[in-house]
Design a protein around this ligand. Structure first.
Ligand code: PLP
Length: 371
C-alpha cells in the first residue's frame, strides 16, 4: 500500500459491526480465562494496551520496520536505546545533536558509564578515526537541529557496520514521509512523536522503530514494559488519529518551507538560510538522494547579530514565539538562548518551524518583522 493509505489504515483492524474509529481502552487490567490465558492478548497496560498496540503496528509499517515501541516522550524513547547499552560501551554522536539528547548523554549516561564521542558526521574519516573496539552505537540526526546539516545515512551505516556498531537515526524532523532510515541501512529510527507525527502541539510522545525485534530492541522493549515510561491510551489514540493526515500535512510543511527558504535567501537583512532544499546547501546532493522532500524546518541568520534576531521575534504576529516544532502552526525561536551557554549555535540564528497556514500569510508576517 502507498503511504497515504498506510497512514489511514496501518495497525487498525475493524471487524463488521465495530466502530469505524477505534475506541479508547482505559482499563489498566484485562480479564484472564479460567486456565489463566489471555483471550485479548493483554494483561496489564504497562505491558501492552490495544491503543498502544495499534499505534506501534502503524509506526513500524510507516518506517518499514519489524517492530516499534511507543514511549511517553521522545526523550524517553532515546533513553530506552541508551539504556540498552552497557557500562564502558562507546557511542558516536553528532556534534550538532539536538541539545536535549546531548544533555541526556552528558548528564545521565556519561555518569552511568557510557563513553561518548561527538563527531562531525559529514566526515566519514573522522567517524572511522573515532571508532574503538567498544563502539556499539552511532547516533545520527539528519537534518540536524538547528543548523540543518545533512548526514549521509547509508555511508555512515556502512562505516558503523564495519566495526560491528548499530545505527540509530533520530528521524523526528523529516518523519517517515520524507526519510526512511531503515531502508538506508540504519537499524533503528527514533522519534519525538510530540512533533510532526502528533502534529498539533497537543500531545507528548516518542517511539523506537527497529529493523529486528532481536538484540538492542529487546532491551528497548524491556525498558518500556518494565520501566513503564509509556504513553496513556488516550495519547496513543490521539497520535494514531493524527498520523492519518501526516502525509498531507508534511506536503504542506515542505512546500511552505521551500518557498520561505527561497524568499529569505534573497532578503537583504538575512545573512544565511539553512535549508537542505536550497541548491547552495552544502549537502544538497545527499538530501536529494535520501529525502523524498526537504522538510518543514529551516533556520536563518539575521544581519545585525543577536539584537536584530530578537527584534524579528518580537515583531512577528502570526508566527508564535515558542519552542518545539512540527505543529500545524508556525513557530519561531532564538535557539542559542535556550541551549547551553557553551553552545556553538550562532547568536543571530532563528529557527522556524513552518506551519501549514497559507504561505503568503507566513511570508507577509516575516517580511514585516525583517523590515
Ligand atoms: N529529538 C529531536 C530532534 C527533538 O527536536 C526533540 C524535542 O525537541 C526530542 C528528540 C525530544 O522529544 P520530547 O520533547 O518529546 O522528549
Amino acid at each position: 500500500m502507498k503511504v497515504e493509505t498506510l497512514a489511514v489504515h496501518a495497525g487498525r483492524t475493524i471487524e463488521p459491526g465495530d466502530p469505524v474509529s477505534n475506541s479508547i481502552v482505559l482499563s489498566t487490567v484485562f480479564q484472564k480465562s479460567a486456565d489463566g490465558s489471555l483471550p485479548s492478548g493483554h494483561l496489564y497496560t504497562r505491558h501492552s494496551n490495544p491503543n498502544r498496540e495499534s499505534l506501534e503496528a502503524c509506526l513500524a509499517e510507516l518506517e518499514g520496520g519489524a517492530v516499534a515501541a511507543a514511549f511517553a516522550s521522545g526523550s524517553a524513547a532515546s533513553m530506552a536505546v541508551f539504556h540498552g547499552l552497557s557500562h564502558d560501551d562507546h557511542v558516536i554522536a553528532p556534534q550538532d545533536i539536538y541539545h536535549g539528547t546531548r544533555v541526556l548523554l552528558d548528564k545521565l549516561y556519561a555518569r552511568w558509564g557510557l563513553r561518548i564521542s561527538y563527531v562531525d558526521l559529514t566526515d566519514l574519516s573522522a567517524i572511522r578515526k573515532a571508532t574503538t573496539d567498544s563502539t556499539r552505537l552511532v547516533w545520527i540526526e539528519t537534518p540536524s537541529n538547528p543548523l540543518l546539516t545533512v548526514t549521509d545515512i547509508e555511508a555512515v551505516a556502512n562505516v558503523a557496520h564495519e566495526v560491528g556498531a548499530l545505527v540509530a537515526v533520530d528521524n523526528t524532523w523529516p518523519t517517515p514521509i520524507v526519510q526512511r532510515p531503515l531502508t538506508l541501512g540504519a537499524d533503528m529510527s527514533i522519534h519525538s512523536t510530540t512533533k510532526y507525527l502528533g502534529g498539533h502541539s497537543d500531545l507528548l510522545g516518542g517511539c523506537v522503530v527497529a529493523k529486528s525485534p532481536d538484540g538492542l530492541f529487546e532491551h528497548v522493549r524491556e525498558f518500556q514494559t518494565k520501566g513503564g515510561g509509556v504513553p496513556s491510551p488516550f495519547d496513543c489514540w490521539l497520535l494514531r488519529r493524527s498520523i492519518a493526515t501526516l502525509p498531507y500535512r508534511m506536503r504542506a510543511h515542505c512546500d511552505n518551507a521551500r518557498t520561505i527558504a527561497q524568499e529569505l535567501s534573497q532578503h537583504p537583512n538575512v545573512e544565511t538560510v539553512h535549508y537542505p532544499g536550497l541548491s547552495q546547501h552544502p549537502q544538497h546532493a545527499i538530501a536529494k538522494r535520501q529525502m523524498a522532500d526537504s522538510g518543514g524546518m529551516l533556520s536563518f541568520q539575521v544581519r545585525g547579530g543577536r539584537k536584530a534576531a530578537f527584534a524579528v521575534v518580537s515583531k512577528v504576529k502570526l508566527i508564535a514565539h515558542a519552542t518545539s516544532l512540527g505543529g500545524v502552526e508556525s513557530l519561531i525561536e532564538h535557539r542559542a538562548s535556550v541551549e547551553d551557554p557553551t553552545t556553538s549555535t550562532p547568536e543571530n540564528l532563528l529557527r522556524l518551524s513552518v506551519g501549514i497556514e497559507n504561505v503568503e500569510d507566513i511570508l507577509a508576517d516575516l517580511m514585516v518583522a525583517l523590515g
